[in-house]
Write a protein that binds this ligand. Sequence first.
Ligand SMILES: Cc1cc2nc3c(=O)[nH]c(=O)nc-3n(C[C@H](O)[C@H](O)[C@H](O)COP(=O)(O)OP(=O)(O)OC[C@H]3O[C@@H](n4cnc5c(N)ncnc54)[C@H](O)[C@@H]3O)c2cc1C
Length: 408
Amino acid sequence: MQLCQQPGPNPHQSRTAAFCLSLYLYPPVRNTVVSQTTRTTTLIESVAALVKTELAPLTNAIDQEGLYPADFLHKLGALGGFASAIPKAYGGLELGLDSQIDITSLVGRECGSTAFLTWCQSTCAWYLLHAPNETVRARYLPQVAQGKLLAGTGMSNTVKHLAGIEKIHLSAVREGDGYIVSGSLPWVSNIGKDHLAIVAASVGEEGYIMFAVRGDTEGLSLNPCPEFSGLEGTQTLNMRFRNVRIQADDVLAQPDQFKSFIARIKAGFVLGQLGMGFGIIEGSLKTIRESNVTTSHVNVYLDEQGEDIATKFEALRNQVSSLAPQAENGTALILDILRARANGSEATLAAAQSALLHAGAKGYLMRHPAQRRLREAIFVAIVTPALKHLRKEIHDIEQAQQAKAEAA
Ligand SMILES: Cc1cc2nc3c(=O)[nH]c(=O)nc-3n(C[C@H](O)[C@H](O)[C@H](O)COP(=O)(O)OP(=O)(O)OC[C@H]3O[C@@H](n4cnc5c(N)ncnc54)[C@H](O)[C@@H]3O)c2cc1C
């Protein structure tokens, strides 16, 4: 196996590949990712230090007591942990989506649940950045990007609806410049009375709108969900809208803008989720490495060895590094993004399962991260777009392409 790579045509890819392999082969002395710019390195180092001091002591309480790490999120935001893909003009760091994925991974190496919150927050910033309405962008983007205003994305229902999986749950009727919205969304994370949520609703024959709503808006109630088997620390609530008034200034996309807006944000929305999976894979590789110190003589009989997982991870991480700039400039092919996300779900499940098998009975103890990571890995494969959803969309696109080719 090649331990160190010569710099290739894309220096970022080479550093990621080398980093992925070295994670498995060489236990990190400190949690850093060598990056192409000093600013990225500085960000990664400060986030790694924050994760170690502020998040690691909370991980068990987040998982087992449902602690929502609001303070950690505010501190992460102050460091720029949600703002890598956001321009400086809006309070961002302008380091790129790939760096944002690195940050989400870094959080996910310690806690998958908080990595999901990191994705929720940075993805709301991503929506606002690309919103055609400058007023809504100026109003919320700097606060969301810097973690001053925490925000949830309630887009699962709409994304599933657009993929032909379920009916849309929110409906809006026009009133003056704005809309009146009713309906409910069963599960939305990272929300609360003093948070923002970004969601979508149908507007009859006109199409759809996407809008921002504060948690304390009149007519909106937030209710607890039944207990989950993981991700309990994500403040995941049911949103019930009863004739909620939405001003035009809170609309990210009007019906005539919605289709192109969704097409613009979808690649980044989906690709960003890979950060959660990457963190879980990195954490799982650490467990495998640690378990092999004492039980490698029997672990060698397992199907998925650490080297195999690290090699597949390296290939996927490099692919995502190539796709991230394409998602940012709007040129990514959605089929490539969906395939990468599906491969990420499968790789995450395989790594987390292998880590638990390597760790054995001690990995089954509630205090061991291996059993928690397996539950977090399953979340990566069921949160929208779930693995089954991804396979449906990939199948539908492939069928359409084939039909088009046959017709031609
Ligand atoms: C911990 C947690 C946090 C989450 N956070 C968020 C969040 O922040 N934002 C967000 O938007 N979502 C969130 N979700 C929701 C998540 O993304 C998924 O949308 C959700 O898990 C449901 O997806 P699914 O694939 O299980 O649905 P499916 O099982 O695929 O169901 C699809 C739809 O089909 C319907 N259905 C079932 N049977 C039939 C039938 N016979 N005929 C027709 N229709 C049928 C179901 O009611 C459902 O609406 C969260 C979920 C969890 C568990």
